[in-house]
Design a protein around this ligand. Structure first.
Ligand SMILES: [Ca+2]
Ligand SMILES: [Ca+2]
Ligand SMILES: [Ca+2]
Ligand SMILES: [Ca+2]
Length: 471
């Protein structure tokens, strides 16, 4: 209830502020901001309460430098904190699409998490050093495609579109693009922040593979075989007619082994246009009773509707064993729609991990692409025993929430945090709807994030509404 009262306070505070010229200007610049295209959670200021970073890369059709909006977690919930744009980092303003991808975590051993921001429009990513006031705009590393890609390599476009940070020291950062290679960088903390990440490995599919396009749209760093060395899983879904595939690179401690191709070595059903591997998520103790590590894989167009696979990737002998496919998800994806999200967590604390899938293109009633999130619960027999569709906040005590509506794309991004307490028992789910609203006071497609409480093993369908006007 406290959270709901906070929601009312936040919204009321927003509503009574006077519309001034600066706000009108802000309304223009935030139109089509795509706020909520990405979300990431970390404790950026070291007070033990999670904070939320929201990417607002802008729309594809417009000139979009992009921005990241930071919300600070407090004992009374999330409050608007800071906004960071490429200009704040002294970067040239272009179609940067700063904020299209986000990653965060503690790279060095202080209390302040670092923020990694992808700017695929300019083929860059930025690692912002954490401080007591959050991510620094003066102490950062700029990662450029040209620095990490050989001239004779096809580095692809949209470098930095996909980022994965693994913070076990030394930290690894994996970066994907539309092209046929992915880069793994390793942090060297003896260097200044501006040179922290150095090239560790270049990953590519075997020459025999027919799927190289969009290599790295799915990315995962985890120790799959528990041998103490981190392994990398790369999803290369292709787009359109491609089947897609998954490649596993076993860590050796100083490099990675040859690609293990999942489709080639498995009896998984496959067809043209599945786009298998579009999104990946890792469960260290799995979805079923043997508690083996598992990887959740989305094939968004499998069978025309999409399917979620849960896989045990036993790579000890350079091969795969023990795979199984979970029940298919009735996704609605008639179009080529790569923006989809996937999160693994134990929602009901029963020891079996659960999966939350964003279905931003889902049509609800008359509302095309309003979007929804799908929750699949783990059990002794794995995923598929229970599922729920959460499609819209209903209302709060204060009454006046915006519902996911036509083209809102609710579910484009998902993250979980403890935004109002240091206690691990009070979790919330942040869900992006980057094309909301259709047009309200000039805020055409400015975007929003719903922050929904998790309680009693379920996501409550009402919560706090965040948008760029809070800044
Ligand atoms: Ca914090
Ligand atoms: Ca730090
Ligand atoms: Ca390993
Ligand atoms: Ca569970």
């Amino acid at each position: 209830m406290k959270l709901m009262l906070l929601a009312a306070t936040l919204l009321a505070g927003c509503a009574i502020s006077e519309p001034e010229e600066s706000q009108q200007l802000e309304a223009i610049t935030t139109a089509k901001a795509a706020f909520g295209a990405a979300v990431v959670v970390a404790d950026f200021n070291g007070d033990k309460i999670d904070d939320l970073a929201v990417g607002a890369p802008g729309s594809w059709s417009d000139f979009s430098p992009g921005a990241v909006y930071l919300f600070k977690g407090t004992t009374s919930g999330l409050v608007a904190w800071r906004r960071i744009t490429p200009a704040d980092l002294d970067q040239e303003i272009d179609n940067n699409r700063f904020g299209e991808a986000l990653a965060a975590g503690k790279i060095d051993d202080d209390d302040f998490a670092e923020l990694v921001v992808g700017a695929p429009g300019s083929n860059e990513a930025f690692v912002l050093h954490g401080t007591s006031n959050g991510p620094s705009t003066s102490k950062f590393q700029k990662l450029s495609k040209g620095t990490f890609t050989d001239p004779d390599e096809d580095g692809g476009q949209l470098w930095g579109r996909q980022l994965v940070l693994h913070t076990e020291q030394p930290a690894f950062l994996a970066i994907g693009s539309t092209g046929p290679i992915a880069k793994v960088l390793k942090a060297d903390l003896t260097r200044p922040v501006s040179e922290w990440f150095q090239l560790y490995a270049t990953l590519s599919p075997p020459a025999s593979s027919s799927t190289a396009f969009a290599f790295g749209y799915g990315l995962l760093i985890a120790d799959l075989d528990r041998d103490g060395h981190r392994d990398v899983v790369v999803g290369a879904p292709g787009l359109g007619v491609y089947t897609g595939d998954l490649f596993v690179y076993r860590g050796t401690g100083h490099s990675f082994g040859a690609a293990i191709t999942v489709h080639e070595q498995s009896s998984l059903p496959k067809a043209r246009g599945d786009n298998f591997g579009m999104q990946l998520a890792f469960s260290s103790h799995g979805f079923d009773s043997d508690h083996e590590p598992e990887v959740a894989v989305l094939a968004p167009h499998f069978g025309g509707t999409g399917r979620l696979f849960a896989m045990k990737l036993d790579i000890a002998n350079g091969a795969l064993t023990g795979m199984h496919a979970a029940q298919g998800l009735p996704l609605e994806s008639p179009e080529n729609f790569p923006q989809r999200s996937l999160v693994v967590t134990d929602l009901d604390n029963d020891g079996f991990d659960d999966v939350i899938v964003g279905e931003p293109e889902r049509t609800l009633g008359d509302h095309i692409q309003a979007g929804a999130i799908r929750i699949e619960m783990g059990s002794a027999s794995g995923l598929g025993s229970a599922s729920t569709l959460v499609w819209a906040p209903t209302s709060t005590p204060s009454g006046d929430l915006v519902f996911p509506d036509t083209f809102d794309l609710f579910g484009s991004s998902i993250a979980i945090g403890h935004f109002s307490s240091t206690s691990s028992s009070t979790r919330q789910l942040a869900v992006g709807l980057p094309q909301n609203p259709d047009d309200v006071d000039g805020l055409y497609e400015s975007g929003a994030v719903m922050v929904l409480p998790i309680a009693s093993g379920a996501v409550w369908p009402f919560g706090v509404y965040l948008d760029p006007t809070l800044f």
